[in-house]
Design a protein around this ligand. Structure first.
Ligand SMILES: Nc1ncnc2c1ncn2[C@@H]1O[C@H](COP(=O)(O)OP(=O)(O)OP(=O)(O)O)[C@@H](O)[C@H]1O
Length: 271
């Protein structure tokens, strides 16, 4: 194995169709990539190209139907749930819907404490201090700890989600469209926070997105997905500059319209 933190080889994800006779949906088809420590790899592609299915398989939320996922030199796909459990904290997700990712009845302080409790790392003295520290790390006033999610803005909720992920002391964050649901004015703040955390903690990011202009600034490398396959991988800046950009834009525009939208997503949009 290379010195990659995450290595994905020949990943395949299939979903059964409702009717038994129809062939399953091949959502991810023989996908391979690496993510190195401290690096951001963006997975971009139109709606339905297989980005979230790839993320779910990397997180082992859905067991892939084929291929291998290696993390820090261990093959996750070869492990059963018991063996996986101690490795799970190191790979943390941050999802698109900041409110949906939090329990509506859990106050911010308890939401951030929850991963510490689940991992058996809660201590009545150091625990509350750690929660305060985590809230400060993500740029939240610790006094917000008493609030419920519906009393926060979308950006604040997303910061709580990031604080929960950091509580697990991860090495890789799988960011599934983490700013797509946010107001354009709030997006930059969250992206700056992620850049800052990466610099301070050497985190690696698998950043799922369908906005080429955004990833150009945020990612180190970009892998373009289409029809479940990776059709191109390139450094973020050169991808933008080369003629291939035109093809990538075409692929993105072809399928970016989502239910409730009538036009392809644009930078600064709120899809
Ligand atoms: N639970 C499921 N059951 C059946 N088919 C699914 C399921 N989840 C995803 N799919 C199908 O798998 C393919 C890939 O979907 P996926 O959500 O991974 O794409 P995506 O690129 O993340 O799209 P989006 O940007 O809209 O989230 C699509 O054809 C989708 O309809």
């Amino acid at each position: 194995m290379s010195d990659a933190l995450l290595t994905v080889r020949g990943l395949t994800v299939r979903y059964p169709r409702r009717t038994r006779r129809a062939a399953p949906v091949l959502a991810v088809d023989d996908v391979s990539f690496d993510v190195f420590p401290g690096e951001t790899l963006a997975l971009i592609g139109a709606s339905g190209s297989g980005k979230s299915s790839t993320a779910a398989a990397v997180l082992m939320l859905r067991r892939p139907d084929g291929g291998e996922v290696w993390f820090d030199g261990r093959e996750l796909t070869a492990l059963d749930e018991t063996a996986l459990r101690p490795l799970r904290p190191a790979i943390q997700p941050v999802f698109q819907d900041p409110y949906g990712s939090l329990s509506p009845r859990l106050r911010v302080r308890d939401a951030v404490a929850e991963p510490l409790r689940v991992q058996g790392r809660w201590d009545p003295v150091s625990g509350p201090r750690r929660v305060t520290e985590l809230l400060e790390t993500v740029g939240l006033d610790p006094r917000l700890g008493d609030r419920l999610p519906h009393e926060l803005s979308g950006g604040q909720c997303q910061r709580v989600g990031i604080a929960r992920a950091l509580a697990c002391e991860p090495r890789l964050l799988v960011l599934d469209e983490p700013v797509s649901a946010l107001d354009p004015s709030v997006r930059a703040g969250i992206l700056n926070l992620l850049v800052d955390l990466q610099e301070r903690h050497g985190l690696a990011y698998l950043f799922i997105c369908h906005d080429l202009d955004l990833v150009r600034h945020f990612a180190h490398r970009v892998a373009v997905m289409h029809g479940g396959r990776i059709v191109e991988t390139a450094p973020a800046r050169t991808l933008y500059a080369r003629p291939a950009q035109a093809r990538t834009r075409e692929l993105l525009a072809a399928g970016t319209a989502r239910p409730g939208t009538t036009s392809p997503a644009r930078p600064g949009g709120t899809t």
